[in-house]
Design a protein around this ligand. Structure first.
Ligand code: ZN
Length: 161
């Protein structure tokens, strides 16, 4: 099915494309379809693999990160020096700006985390009983003991509470 007009698209052939991954370039052969209704061609595998042009989904944030750290021209050199990735400064700009747009949209749809408010202080006043109020404060402490298995000086086992 054609993603442009939803008409039936016809299989034409398998086409090979060079893609860029975090491990470098790779050849990818995938099915190519053509739509006679609107004239568009596409390879569904590109969408399945979440390719953006020739860029794999793994390398896209890497390119954007380099674009954030350095000016785009320097990011191009940085990617080559660090990972041997050949990426144009224009691609650095595009992926960095897209990442910034996604982050902005995320900030607009998800409010910032609010600081935790201080917990309400404990109330140590006694409750009223038969209409009488009691002055002063009170606190109850509960303590639960547990047993610890030990071996005494004479070698016998005992439980300490
Ligand atoms: Zn079409």
């Amino acid at each position: 099915m054609c993603p442009q007009c939803t008409a039936d698209a016809r299989f034409i052939e398998y086409r090979t494309r060079t893609i860029l991954t975090v491990c470098g370039s790779a050849e990818l052969t995938r099915a190519y379809y053509h739509c006679s209704s609107c004239g568009a061609g596409h390879s569904p595998a590109d969408d399945t693999l979440r390719l953006d042009g020739r860029y794999s989904p793994g390398v896209q944030p890497l390119v954007a990160l380099a674009g954030v750290l350095e000016p785009f021209r320097r990011a191009e050199e940085l990617l080559d020096q660090l990972a041997g990735l050949r990426v144009s400064k224009e691609a650095c700009r595009v992926f960095t700006e897209r990442a910034g747009e996604r982050l902005e949209a995320q900030h607009l749809t998800h409010p910032c985390v609010e600081p935790v408010r201080a917990p309400k202080p404990w109330d140590f006043t006694l409750p009223e009983r038969d209409g009488q109020r009691f002055e002063g404060t009170v606190a109850y402490v509960g303590l639960d003991a547990f047993a610890v298995p030990t071996i005494g000086a004479d070698g016998t086992r005992e439980w300490k509470m």
